[in-house]
Design a protein around this ligand. Structure first.
Ligand code: PDD
Length: 302
């Protein structure tokens, strides 16, 4: 249902909070919520195109992985999640949306670190208008800076522990860039909100899925497409020196797809004629990805 947020005059979507559907501006949680106090929770984000969540099952699988990783039972079965999502997406004022799901370990009546024995999790979901990359970003690529990866040791879980990502993103913005590329102990881990691929001598290089990076749903698609089209690729640790001498750098995420990173720390990525421009392997992957997207959108809703 479309509601007007009267202070801003902008349409407001309905959100879901612990079983209720209500306008986002009216949603309230306790200040003792463990998500607020300890970042004790997990989340998911996915795009919705023409009111169709993009690869919802892959995101719900990852939500389950994240919940299991922090020892929090999933509060909903898959059908119940899908029902919540369906209602929010159908009632939103926009056809293309960004869908956010979050589960925390709930609000106790005191501040105490161990798991509380009988606390209900807090379940929150909302949709916002989808922000897509501009035509210029697609055509010319984006700028990135490198940042020391100071995150904790379970980056494979999509937790609310995002302060290092926030600081990394701000470093990118301060440098007039769109993404921060995280480096840990001399090796590429991922972007502050994306996975990173490197191309060298025509070979697509991807870091392995381990505790150092989020297992991206788009990362999986890109590698599936590389296999399907027999593009040369290797999954292995990528040293900082390889990142800095790459022919191409890509950033992948479900909301923005595959984007070229064309400057790194103010220097053009690539060599010769191609320096500072999206490369040929990238263009090929974008074509495959666009075909995959069209195929997905034309299939029946699961
Ligand atoms: N995050 N790595 C990190 C650290 C991320 O935050 C994201 C996406 C990805 C890419 O995952 P996927 O391909 O499934 O979108 C990788 C979303 C956009 C976010 O937190 O807002």
């Amino acid at each position: 249902m479309v509601r007007l947020n009267h202070e801003q005059g902008a349409p407001e979507a309905t959100c879901y909070l612990n079983g209720d559907y209500l306008p986002l501006s009216q949603a309230r949680i306790s200040p003792l919520d463990r998500g607020f106090l300890y970042a004790d929770g997990v989340y998911e984000v996915m795009p919705v195109f023409a009111r169709r969540p993009f690869r919802l099952d892959a995101h719900l699988d990852r939500l389950q992985h994240s919940l299991a990783g922090i020892r929090l039972p999933n509060p909903h079965c898959r059908e119940a999640w899908k029902e919540i999502v369906r209602r929010l997406v159908d009632e939103a004022p926009w056809a293309d949306q960004s869908l956010y799901l979050q589960v925390t370990r709930g609000a106790d009546d005191k501040r105490s670190m161990p798991f509380p024995p009988e606390v209900q999790p807090t379940v929150f979901a909302f949709v916002a208008p989808l922000v897509q990359p501009s035509a210029q970003q697609r055509e010319r690529g984006i700028g990135a800076v490198t940042v020391n990866d100071i995150r904790w040791g379970r980056c494979d879980l999509k937790t609310l522990v995002l302060l290092p990502n926030v600081l990394a993103h701000q470093s990118a913005v301060d440098a007039g860039c769109e993404e921060a590329v995280l480096i840990r102990d001399g090796y590429l881990s991922e972007g502050a909100s994306s996975n990173i691929f490197v191309v060298k001598d025509g070979v697509i290089l991807a870091p392995p899925k381990d505790h150092r990076m989020l297992p991206g749903t788009t990362y999986d698609v890109v590698l599936e497409l590389a296999v399907r089209h027999e593009a040369r690729h290797e999954i292995r640790a990528i040293a900082e020196a390889e990142l800095r001498s790459a022919d191409e750098l890509w950033r992948t995420s479900s909301s923005k797809g595959v984007l070229a990173i064309t400057t790194l720390d103010g220097r053009p990525v690539g060599h010769g004629e191609q320096a500072g421009k999206p490369g040929p392997v990238m263009r090929q992957m974008q074509t495959w990805y666009a075909a995959f997207f069209d195929e997905y959108m034309s299939e029946a809703q699961p």
